[in-house]
Design a protein around this ligand. Structure first.
Ligand code: MV4
Length: 506
């Protein structure tokens, strides 16, 4: 394998992950190219890059997802390689192939790895053959309800019908008894056909109250892989993760070793190249089972970096340059504890609907063990067209208890005004008993969280004061402050804080 050092890399993404990747590239002395849509002209990832190429209208289907536009931008700017980040084109095998056909390097796995892992039945078969534990169930697609019932009888109810092409929780249905099977199978196949263009479904034992454990791996593409320990991601809502931690509070050292070994086996069995994540579910009885492999850098990779002292973006770039693995398994160890809090622009009191608008105020907490991976800045208008995740607050401390204590401090100090966001959710979660003792499962949010019980309702006077302050601030910023609206010395904390924010923003 020959080494090809990159001079310039195009990052085919936006938001915090594009910024994070460019930070890594800069530290390696590599030039950075951003791509941006109409509404992202002033986005942070554009400001962070050495060069930026306009790629079209706001909808991702007309910009960030258009393979030809991304590749042309790379060729035009003389980039050597493309980093896809997560989402968008990151797990699109055709994209990876087109990038290589254009003579560029795709910083990620081969399209073959993506194909095997993109299909749940083929990945199940592959893992079973490699000796990685999979959930009891079938390795063939099922279409006949009678056959599905025979399988369910043999593994025991409840069972889960899963679409082969499904993902992110789409195309799954629990079946509690045989009488529900026929209609459940018909519905799951119908939805899968409509959503994924592939109606193949299979049957698995339904694991109730599971934990979500995933293992970070790095592969050299030549059959050698290492693990970078696990993350626990059980705090999620409708298959969207909200808090992740490293390590998992649920594993003994023995179980940790077994799961990490299984993940290495998974990666080596497909000659995996680059950074990947092997997802498992952990049953209450301690049994763990392969669910799927994500063939990309993940949102929650920073908690792994904090606890293992690694740089996963750098590791990916070195592998793509043909330099192999920059860490040996023996060099990777756990030190301390890390938690990541995803900051979403969404309104819990409105069924978590996305919230958009200008970032009016942003105070980033600092101090020992604090990291903010952010895609926003004060004054940026959050567009509606993309993921509502604005930034990730990542906290490290020596022990889990100290990490919780530091996280409480940091989440109290953080100030974010503009779109409605979920900082209140995080402050709530840290005070829950099952979070504090680490026994929480994937049912945590559904079972424990009631937005109406904790969302502080503003009383009328407070609401008026906030509206007045925000409109005055906006008017000042535009230079159209009405006559007579100057704030006089009146000793009130509201006035003082309004005046300070105006001075600050001049
Ligand atoms: C399961 C399961 C229970 N039993 N499979 C959800 C998304 C997809 N990655 C697989 N998922 C699950 N598969 C069996 N046989 C429970 C889930 C599941 C879940 C898994 C990980 C994290 C959060 C979850 C939330 C609900 C259900």
């Amino acid at each position: 394998m020959s080494v090809r050092k990159f001079k310039k890399v195009l990052v085919a993404n936006r938001g915090e992950i594009a910024v994070r990747i460019m930070q890594g590239l800069k530290e390696m002395g590599i030039g950075t190219v951003a791509v941006y849509s109409e509404v992202d002209r002033t986005a942070l990832h554009v400001l962070s890059a050495d060069e930026a190429v306009f790629i079209g209208p706001a909808p991702a289907s007309e910009s960030y997802l258009v393979i030809e536009k991304i590749i042309s931008a790379a060729i035009e700017t003389g980039a050597d390689a493309i980093h896809p980040g997560y989402g968008f084109l990151s797990e699109n095998g055709l994209f990876a192939e087109e990038v290589e056909k254009a003579g560029l390097v795709f910083i990620g796995p081969t399209s073959e790895s993506m194909a095997v892992m993109g299909d749940k039945l083929s990945s199940r078969r592959k893992m079973r053959a490699s000796g990685v534990p999979v959930v009891p169930g079938t390795d063939e697609a099922v279409t006949d309800p009678e056959e599905a019932i025979r399988i369910a009888d043999s593994i025991g109810y409840p069972v889960l019908l899963k679409a082969t092409a499904g993902g992110g929780g789409k195309g799954m249905r629990v079946v509690n008894e045989s009488s529900e099977m026929a209609s459940a199978l018909r519905q799951t196949m119908g939805e899968a056909g409509a959503s994924f263009g592939n109606d193949a479904c299979f049957v698995e034992k339904f694991i109730t109250n599971p934990k979500h454990i995933e293992v970070q791996v790095l592969g050299d593409g030549q059959g050698k892989a290492i693990h970078v320990f696990e993350r626990e991601c059980s705090v999620q809502r409708r298959h969207q993760k909200v808090i992740e931690e490293c390590p998992s509070p649920s594993l003994s050292n023995k179980l940790r070793q077994e799961i990490c070994d299984a993940a290495v086996k998974t990666a080596e069995s497909i000659n995996y190249r680059g950074a990947g994540t092997v997802e498992f579910i952990l049953a209450p009885d301690g049994g763990f089972y392969f669910l799927e492999m994500n063939t990309r850098l993940q949102v929650e990779h920073p908690v792994t970096e904090m606890v293992t002292g690694t740089d996963l973006v750098r590791a990916m770039v070195l592998i793509a340059q043909g330099e192999g693995l920059c860490y040996q398994q023996e060099e990777i160890s756990l030190r301390g504890w890390s938690m990541e809090f995803r900051l979403y622009a969404e309104d819990a009191s409105k069924n978590f609907s996305p919230s958009i608008g200008k970032i009016l105020a942003l105070t980033v907490p600092q101090g020992l063990g604090v990291r903010l991976d952010s895609g926003i800045y004060e004054g940026f208008d959050v567009p509606i067209h993309y993921d509502p995740m604005l930034a990730k607050l990542i906290v490290w401390a020596e022990t889990r208890d100290m990490c919780i204590a530091r996280s409480k401090r940091v989440l109290e100090e953080m100030v974010l005004h503009g779109p409605v966001h979920n900082l209140p959710f995080h402050r709530w979660a840290l005070n829950q008993e099952s979070f504090a003792d680490g026994t929480y499962t994937t049912n945590f949010v559904d079972e424990c969280f009631d937005p109406h019980n904790f969302m502080p309702e503003l009383d009328e006077g407070q609401a008026e004061a906030v509206i007045a302050a925000v409109s005055l601030f906006e008017a000042t910023r535009r230079g159209t402050r009405p006559q007579g609206s100057q704030i006089k010395e009146c000793g009130s904390a509201w006035a003082l804080s309004a005046r300070m924010s105006m001075t600050h923003n001049k």
